[in-house]
Each structure stands twice: as structure tokens, then as C-alpha cells.
Write a new protein. Structure first.
Length: 251
């Protein structure tokens, strides 16, 4: 566990395993511990880095709003400062949105990318999702206060920033997705916060991307079925595409 000053953020991160770098980007209202069920399997094959973004986990908040663009710039600065160069990015939820923006802005940093429960536009969230319930969550506030240098009382400030971001960002178009050049796997639960229609639009918009829907899971699919998710992620990251017998989209 260590801190690095990158792009104006005093960012906390941890490392596990060795080999080719794999960066895990956690979701909103969360921290790197959400990947606890996934790290051992991934670290058996890769050098896994788990940075926590501004205002999340052990990383202190920064004055001003939190946005996906800012966090993407922070992530690029993190990779540049540590001299990691190109890496695989695996992001969940907000972390997946950040990974997508990094891939668009800095394709030199991204080899392969796994987008888990991502949305390229804020209208991809399922209708009726109650973000106020999340911002008022005692459980989330307690978890935040347990590790944040800003303390539990700062959680409402960060939560309000994240909630505002979630309903106003991201604002990419389907056409923007054509700019992704890294090999990409789109993953989601079959009962996710992100609508199935939006997930399909994301998959169709990224050239030659691959799609995995994990059955019987929600937005927390990597925790609910970690073994299956790990298997799918590792297969994607460690093998090349196979020739298919009856290609249509990739013909």
C-alpha cells in the first residue's frame, strides 16, 4: 500500500502479483476493497494495481466537483507518474466509465479493457434508480469513514458530488465509441443498474468489442459470482480472439 502524487491528487493504491500491469478501477460510492473476491485470481497472472480515485477510499477529496473527465485525467496521471506505460484496464461502474474515457483520450495507455456495468451516457441508468437512497446510506457512510482521511462526516459532501455526476454525466454519443482502439470486453449483470439496451448499444458502438452478460446477477456481479466473472475476464485478457465460423458483426 502506498500513495503517489499524480495530477494534483494524493492517490492511494495497492499492488498484488507480478507480470503485465492490470489496473482495477472501482465503482462509485466504493473503494478498491470491492475487488477483494477478484484480486487473488487476477494477481496469479498479472501485476494488479488498485488505485482509489479522488474522494474515494483512502484517497482524500479534492476541492471542487468530481467528474468522469477529471478522474480519467487522474488515472492517466497515475499511470504516467508510476511509469507503468500501457496496461490492461478493468473497471466497474464509475470505474468502467473512467476506463472508457482514458481509452478515448490516451489510447497509448490501454492495451485491453474490460468495461463492467458501464454507461457511456447518463441516460443508460435504469429509470427510477434512487441515488438519494445511496447518498443517505448509513452503511456507505460508515464504510467511507473507516478508511477516508477526510472522516465520516465528509461522506455527504462526496456522495452529493458523485450523485450529481451520475445524473449529468457521462455525455458520450454512440458515434464517439468508434474512437476506442483497444480490444474491449463489455460485461454486465442481467439485472443491472445499466439498462440492457444501453449495454448493447455500448457493445455495438465499440469496434470489434465482445459481450458477456453474467446470468443471475445485479450491478454487484463481480461480488455475487466472482469465480465466473474472474474466468470470463481472465479468458479475455490472456487469449487472442478465436476465428468464428459464422461471423456477422465481425465479418
Amino acid at each position: 500500500m502506498a500513495y503517489v502524487d499524480a495530477g494534483g491528487v494524493h492517490a492511494w493504491y495497492d499492488e498484488h502479483g507480478s507480470g503485465y500491469p492490470l489496473v482495477l478501477l472501482h465503482g462509485g460510492f466504493s473503494d478498491a476493497s470491492e475487488f477483494g473476491p477478484n484480486i487473488p485470481a487476477l494477481a496469479a497472472r498479472f501485476r494488479v494495481l488498485t488505485p482509489e480515485r479522488r474522494g474515494h477510499g483512502h484517497t482524500p477529496d479534492v476541492a471542487g466537483p468530481i467528474s468522469y473527465q477529471l478522474m480519467a485525467a487522474d488515472t492517466a496521471a497515475f499511470l504516467d507518474t508510476l511509469g507503468i506505460g500501457q496496461a490492461h484496464l478493468v473497471g466497474h461502474s464509475d470505474g468502467a466509465n473512467v476506463a472508457l474515457l482514458v481509452a478515448l483520450a490516451r489510447p497509448d495507455l490501454v492495451s485491453r479493457m474490460v468495461l463492467i456495468s458501464a454507461n457511456f451516457h447518463h441516460d443508460g441508468l435504469v429509470p427510477g434508480l434512487d441515488l438519494d437512497e445511496l447518498t443517505a446510506s448509513t452503511f456507505l457512510a460508515t464504510a467511507y469513514g473507516r478508511v477516508s482521511p477526510d472522516g465520516r462526516d465528509h461522506f455527504p459532501v462526496v456522495a452529493a458530488k458523485i450523485a450529481h455526476m451520475a445524473v449529468t454525466e457521462p455525455t458520450l454519443s454512440a458515434a464517439d465509441l468508434a474512437g476506442v482502439t483497444s480490444r474491449t470486453l463489455v460485461m454486465a449483470g442481467d439485472d443491472d443498474f445499466i439498462s440492457a439496451e444501453h449495454t448493447l448499444e455500448l457493445y455495438r458502438g465499440i469496434p470489434d468489442s465482445e459481450l458477456a452478460i453474467i446470468p443471475g446477477t445485479s450491478h454487484a456481479l463481480t461480488i455475487e459470482k466472482p469465480d465466473l466473472c474472474n474466468q470470463v475476464i481472465l479468458d479475455f485478457l490472456t487469449t487472442d480472439p478465436v476465428p468464428t465460423y459464422m461471423p456477422i458483426r465481425r465479418a
